[in-house]
Design a protein around this ligand. Structure first.
Ligand SMILES: Nc1ncnc2c1ncn2[C@@H]1O[C@H](COP(=O)(O)OP(=O)(O)OP(=O)(O)O)[C@@H](O)[C@H]1O
Length: 371
């Protein structure tokens, strides 16, 4: 799968952009503040319904404009061309269409456009809170297990209901029917996560070994409660604590994973650069797994990796992406940095004050197509 056409209006400084993308690497170069990250942000928004830079989408809409739109055409061998569009209004209104038909949930767009991002922000996957790590696992489960999304939503609803009952301090007896259902859905959800991780781990281990040959790198998953007990037993035992805090302390909403390097927590022993490389291994592992199990290649968005990884490691990550055959959109400042490694199907674009134009590299010289 790859994105062939992309149109963006009123997204930060991108007032009106129209592009034909190539199926392999697409490089976007330009000075600070030119609009490179905003272009990647547009694709992320249409995939996830949110930005990777801010939780407030109004900040992403161009100042003095009332709505942003992103439209794209996706080409896949099995399904041919699919047209996908999204509009986000300043008033909060959201509308999305696939081939002219309104879609009711954003998860329909996510399913059509599996997208992975490597940006300075995405490196908090290992150094930040557990929410990001749950999102990482659930991205993968969502794309390979069809029942996951509904199960996840049921689990969220039950959790909200249980928490509101806890806050109202209802009796243990009144809580029991909720606990029974919550435990049963949680158990099913956990099985899907466990099954996914069992399949993902060989991919991660191979990559970790290639990138960190001198270290022993171990991944461990924690479902959100002690597995020697059932969740129903844990909830029943901890009822007083849950009532005291007014929310449920155990369950799949507390799932997490840890990476240990030579027996120590990665975030305590690894350098910043090594942590970033581990995040690359995690994301590449998901992409390889998705391709081998579902034949899908996610689109990769690489923002500012020049400043995030050293030359050798950057090269190794790019080589992995070339082997995978994913479509990749990469932002960078200096076009000279890539002139040696371009392949025939790659495309280069110059980003300048919100305008994006195709660029051709000839030998040692860089020339604009429009020259
Ligand atoms: N809501 C908005 N409306 C209009 N312009 C905006 C808005 N938000 C940000 N901008 C401007 O849009 C540009 C966005 O730049 P972006 O972050 O995409 O740059 P970049 O090319 O990735 O730069 P860098 O190399 O520094 O990361 C900036 O010039 C910023 O001032």
């Amino acid at each position: 799968m790859s994105i062939t056409r992309l149109q963006i209006s009123n997204l930060r400084n991108l007032k009106k952009v129209g592009l034909q993308l190539g199926p392999t690497f697409n490089f976007f170069f330009g000075e600070n503040g030119a609009g490179k990250t905003s272009l990647l942000e547009a694709l992320y928004i249409i995939h996830a319904g949110r930005s990777f830079r801010t939780s407030d989408l109004n900040k992403v809409i161009s100042s003095s404009e009332s709505a942003l739109t992103v439209f794209l055409e996706r080409q896949s061998e099995e399904e041919g061309v699919t047209k996908i569009g999204l509009m986000r209004e300043r008033s909060g209104g959201f509308s999305a269409k696939v081939d002219g038909e309104n879609v009711s949930t954003l998860s329909q767009l996510s399913a059509l456009l599996p997208t992975q991002i490597l940006s300075p922000e995405s490196f908090s996957l290992l150094s930040g809170g557990s929410k990001e790590r749950r999102k990482y696992i659930d991205w993968g489960v969502f794309h390979v297990e069809h029942s996951f999304h509904n199960l996840w939503r049921r689990c969220q609803r039950l959790l909200v209901q249980r928490n509101s009952l806890l806050k109202r301090r209802v009796s243990h007896r009144e809580l029991q029917p909720w606990d029974k259902e919550f435990s049963s859905v949680a158990h099913e959800l956990n099985l899907l996560r466990q099954r996914y991780i069992d399949k993902l781990l060989p991919y991660f281990s191979t990559l970790a070994q290639a990138f960190f040959p001198e270290y022993e790198v171990k991944f461990s998953f924690h479902p959100g409660w002690n597995q020697s007990e059932t969740l129903a037993d844990v909830l029943s035992r901890d009822i007083e604590r849950d009532q005291k805090y007014g929310h449920t302390q155990s369950g799949p909403h507390r799932a997490n994973f840890h990476i240990r390097v030579n027996g120590q927590a990665a975030e305590s022993i690894c350098s910043r650069g090594q942590l970033k490389l581990l995040v690359c291994c995690l994301k590449l592992a998901q992409a390889k797994h998705l391709f081998e199990w579902r034949g899908l290649k996610p689109v990769f968005l690489l923002d500012d990796i020049e400043s995030e990884l050293d030359g050798t490691n950057r090269q190794r990550v790019l080589e992995q992406l070339r082997t995978l055959g994913s479509q990749v959109l990469i932002s960078l400042i200096n076009v000279e940095a890539i002139s040696e490694q371009l392949e025939e199907s790659d495309r280069v674009f110059h980003v300048e004050q919100g305008y994006i134009t195709p660029w051709q590299i000839k030998g040692d010289n860089t020339t604009n197509n429009n020259d």
